[in-house]
Design a protein around this ligand. Structure first.
Ligand code: FES
Length: 133
């Protein structure tokens, strides 16, 4: 089986040339999620601006299949520059669409990015709330 039998050219490009791959030394929010279906994982790093309104940068470390790596890559591109609530409102279908769609057996792979964003923002809000700002 070749990648192109199952995946779009856009997905393969994101898989072979992931955008924003790697840890972020100055991240101020982080979300780690594991896909219960397959055990694959994603760690999302965010740099949220000082006003607490916008995602300035995003990067990721994903251990998983081509679909999960590609949707992680596309997700970091999509959320960069968005307001927090806009990023949170993105759905797994939008991440799947950003890589040209997913085969039905791989639809679950786009869940990682959507969940990681929520976990990262929930954790960031909790810490911000705890610090009283
Ligand atoms: Fe695990 Fe795709 S098979 S995320």
């Amino acid at each position: 089986m070749t990648l192109s039998e199952h995946y779009s050219a856009t997905l393969i490009d994101h898989f072979e040339h992931p955008r924003n791959a790697g840890a972020m030394a100055d991240a101020n929010a982080e979300g780690y999620v594991v896909n219960p279906v397959c055990g694959d994982s994603m760690r999302l790093f965010l740099r949220i601006d000082a006003a607490g309104s916008t995602i300035e940068r995003a990067s990721f470390l994903t251990s998983g299949c081509p679909a999960s790596i590609a949707t992680s890559s596309a997700a970091t591109e999509l959320i960069t520059g968005l307001r927090l609530e806009e990023a949170e409102a993105l759905t797994r279908d939008q991440f799947a669409a950003a890589v040209g769609g997913l085969p039905s057996s791989k639809v679950h792979c786009s869940v990682l990015a959507a969940q990681a964003i929520r976990v990262a923002l929930d954790g960031w809000r909790e810490r911000r709330g705890a610090s009283g700002s």
